[in-house]
Design a binder for this molecule. Structure first.
Ligand code: FDA
Length: 295
């Protein structure tokens, strides 16, 4: 459903789907994201702000995304918020031209560096894994304040982690959210989960500051047990979760003294993001249906 343009057009026009989206998306404009981050910070969470959008095919759109991120960084700075930014390379023109994309992202990383902030490059579907890692490695060669995401559902990820750790990178580990072929990815949840735990251990033993991004209580418990065993401090890594998902768990981990960063998406292009969240957890559809009935 995330790739059906007609459905997307219909849904984004419906008031009810906007209401549903608001559970998982901070709003359509930057001011709403800034307010959401402010509230999260007041509660003790850090944040990463994401301007939704991907797969742009026109250079003007990639330039617009670049400008929006520059504005987001400026507002985060002016409002003294505890938030970095996360971005997707296909929103910056990766599908148009790799060098063009790199130059756009570099503007954001450079500005973030001037403002003492940090940029996380999200990982997209496997057609973009190699080019994403290439652009990241080039930027990491020039800037300290840029990190990458890796996905536990891909077989290749253990090797990719070795490569990015050689660059002394900060890594976010997640399970992976795209539909991937069985030749390259674990098909069973147990395979992905087992790999997630293995990769979590490699990352946390590396001595860098990494993000463990999951809502899965089993992954969280395994992480807590490992850091306890290895005497890794609660300030030497952080948990990360998505806005509006498992708020109970977000709060309890924060209260236990773990770093907890919330991924705060905003923007008009919320449809694909929302569909990925629905696919992960069909129970969210009940939430949609309840809203439809109320609407
Ligand atoms: P899993 O899907 O196995 O779910 C375990 C449990 O978590 C569920 O039983 C439920 O309790 C809860 N849960 C999970 N998803 C939920 C939902 N949508 N609604 C309600 N409850 C839910 N992916 C990617 O490919 N590239 C990226 O760059 C990123 N970036 C990213 C950043 C951050 C901060 C997070 C938390 C996640 C990502 N992801 C991502 C998404 C990630 O790959 C994955 O799709 C989701 O986090 C869901 O996987 P879980 O680890 O939560 O476990």
């Amino acid at each position: 459903m995330s790739e059906q343009p007609r459905l997307q057009q219909m849904a984004t026009r419906m008031e009810v789907s906007r209401r549903v989206a608001r559970r998982f998306v901070a709003g359509e404009v930057i001011q709403e994201a800034i307010e959401a981050v402010r509230v999260l910070n007041q509660k003790g969470f850090s944040a990463t702000t994401d301007y939704l959008g991907e797969m742009v095919t026109r250079k003007e759109d990639a330039q617009r995304a670049t400008d929006e991120y520059l504005r987001a960084l400026q507002l985060i700075h002016e409002n003294q918020l505890n938030s970095n930014v996360s971005l997707k390379l296909t929103q910056f023109g990766l599908g148009i031209d790799e060098e063009f994309c790199k130059n756009n992202v570099e503007q954001v990383v450079k500005r973030a560096s001037e403002l003492n902030n940090f940029v996380r490059i999200d990982m997209e579907g496997s057609p973009y894994t190699d080019s994403t890692l290439r652009v990241f490695a080039t930027l990491r060669g020039q800037y300290e304040n840029v990190g990458i995401v890796v996905q536990a559902y891909l077989y290749r990820t253990e090797k990719d982690i070795q490569d990015v750790l050689r660059l002394h990178s900060r890594v976010r580990l997640c399970k992976g959210a795209y539909k991937e072929a069985p030749e390259i990815s674990f098909k069973e949840k147990s395979g992905t989960d087992g790999n997630f735990i293995k990769l979590m251990k490699i990352l946390l033993q590396s001595g860098g500051y990494h993000g463990i991004a999951t809502h899965d209580p089993a992954m969280i418990d395994a992480t807590k047990a490992f850091v306890h065993e290895e005497q890794i401090g609660k300030d030497q890594f952080e948990f990360q979760m998505l806005y509006g998902i498992r708020r109970d768990l977000q709060e309890s981990l924060m209260k236990e003294g773990y770093g907890m960063r919330i991924y705060v998406p905003y923007g008009e292009e919320w449809y694909s993001y929302l569909m990925r969240r629905m696919a992960e957890r069909p129970a969210n559809l009940l939430f949609v249906l309840r809203n439809l009935l109320r609407g």
